[in-house]
Design a protein around this ligand. Structure first.
Ligand code: 5GP
Ligand code: ZN
Length: 138
């Protein structure tokens, strides 16, 4: 429990939420400001700031929960689902307690998608090399 963390307070029941799922490691509840009805946030009960420090076992567990919630949302009649996680301020993270967004899509909702950049082959090759060597060092 991190002092002054909104999602720690939600996990601890100190602040109410519209809970849709809970188990020993995680909690899922409706986003208060949804992109579409059913927009759900999945959080670890323990405080981790983002993907970098998130415990590996919990990370895998959150993805299992994401699958369960997605299947339940699909049954409500949505036309598609986007799953995202914002990490760090520059990536749009506002609440610094790691969370996964499960965002229902409705045909014709026209929500903006990320534009793709055209990169040169050399730039793509260089990035692939950098990422692989970063992985080799972990
Ligand atoms: P982020 O930008 O950090 O990835 O997303 C934070 C999300 O938390 C936003 O989509 C926002 O609407 C949601 N949110 C912020 N405050 C509250 C709250 O008090 N209750 C709930 N249920 N969601 C919240
Ligand atoms: Zn927290």
């Amino acid at each position: 429990m991190e002092k002054d963390c909104l999602f720690c307070k939600i996990a601890g029941g100190e602040i109410p939420s519209r809970k849709v799922y809970e188990d020993e490691m995680s909690l899922a509840f409706l986003d208060i400001n949804p992109v579409n009805p059913g927009h759900t946030l999945i959080i670890p009960k323990k405080h981790f700031e983002n993907i970098y420090d998130l415990n590996e076992e919990i990370a895998a567990h959150l993805m299992k929960v994401a699958k369960k919630i997605s299947i339940a949302l699909k049954k409500t009649g949505v036309d598609g689902i986007n799953i995202t996680m914002n990490n760090e301020k520059d990536a749009g993270q506002v609440i610094f307690h790691s969370h996964i967004h499960i965002m229902p899509r409705i045909k014709g909702d026209n929500l903006p998608m990320w534009p793709g950049k055209k990169l040169k082959d050399e730039e793509l090759d260089e990035m692939a090399k950098k990422i692989s060597s970063g992985l080799a060092r972990t």
